[in-house]
Unconditional design. Structure first.
Length: 330
């Protein structure tokens, strides 16, 4: 949304401001644009490996949508972590094995559809929950491994956003190259009348204009937007790491605003204590005995019913010995 608004504002401010006193047809110089875009793309291919090139192509959608982790996504993440660690505390870490091995078919993760669709986050969480089911108990060793994985993930994302930022930084210089080539063409027509020379010089200067505008108006902001999306993703995974290490250190599972991962959340995504009660009611409840079954069990087993403190258990009447009448009770 903001990406489209920003594009429209840049185009409207620059082109609209020029159109008041200038001729828009002068700005259409396809050869200048070919030199700038072709040079920038060629330099991009020279400087980056195939993984970065393909990663940038796959990540262009994030430029338009922006970071996808808002307050609702973080609240759902805290709900996932609470449900997972509550199950591990009550039934043991081995109870997570079925959910970890097939997260797409897990009824636990199915209660959180947005998280379940985030394959990278699900894979990251399940990988280290699997380590717990295999008997890992040293939180410091697990934290060191998680830090290494997050650092590698951060470097790979930085390579993609950095490549786009570098391409944006190169465009003003390529615009100057296009302008110089236009001046060279103009010098070949030095004997032409002034009106023709003025048009040739104006066309050459469009290269400088286009290079600066494309760099600081479009490509560099797009690279920065991509960098912000990657930072939000890394921060999201860091919250998972913090909660998992807290579980391994013996912290009890807590809901939303009291979760060990809550202090790691950004201010704009941190749930308030006022919404904690409402958030707890949204969490899935572990299946337990139904009231109708409890009542049936009490009807069938009246002598095994335990009453509250200070009361007594229901007892069977005393039986009499053969040939004797039962002794009445007072």
């Amino acid at each position: 949304m903001f990406f489209i608004i920003g594009i429209l504002v840049v185009i409207g401010a620059v082109i609209g401001g020029y159109s008041v006193h200038g001729d828009l047809s002068v700005l259409w110089q396809p050869i200048e644009f070919l030199i700038i875009f072709g040079g920038a793309f060629g330099a991009f291919l020279i400087a980056n490996p195939k993984t970065v090139v393909m990663g940038l192509v796959k990540s262009m959608g994030k430029v338009v949508t922006g970071p996808k982790y808002d307050q609702g996504a973080y609240e759902e993440l805290l709900g996932v972590l609470f449900s997972v660690f509550k199950l591990a505390k009550t039934k043991g870490d081995l109870a997570l094995e079925t959910h970890v091995e097939a997260p797409n078919d897990s009824p636990l993760f199915a209660n959180f559809p947005s998280f379940q669709k985030d394959h990278h986050a699900v894979e990251f969480l399940c990988d280290y929950l699997r380590v717990l089911t295999l008997g890992a108990s040293n939180p410091h060793e697990v934290e060191a491994v998680m830090e290494v994985e997050l650092e590698i993930h951060h470097e790979e994302n930085n390579a993609i956003s950095g490549a786009m930022l570098t391409m944006g930084d190169a465009m003003p210089a390529l615009g100057i190259v296009a302008a110089v080539l236009g001046v060279i063409v103009t010098m070949g027509s030095i004997t032409e009348p002034p009106e023709i020379l003025g048009g040739l010089i104006g066309a050459a200067l469009v290269g400088t204009f286009a290079g600066i505008l494309l760099s600081y108006g479009f490509v560099t902001p797009m690279g920065k937007s991509l960098e912000n999306s990657f930072h939000a993703e890394s921060h999201y995974l860091s919250c998972i790491k913090t909660a998992l290490i807290g579980h391994m250190q013996g912290y009890a599972p807590r809901c939303r605003s009291n979760s060990p991962a809550s202090p790691c959340l950004r201010t704009c995504a941190r749930p308030s204590p006022k919404s904690r009660k409402c958030s707890i009611t949204c969490l899935p409840v572990e299946p337990g005995p139904r009231p109708d079954r409890i009542r049936a069990w009490r009807t069938i087993n009246p002598n095994k019913l335990s009453l509250s403190s200070g009361s007594r258990k229901a007892a069977t009447p005393p039986t009499a010995a053969p040939g004797k009448s039962p002794t009445p009770t007072s």
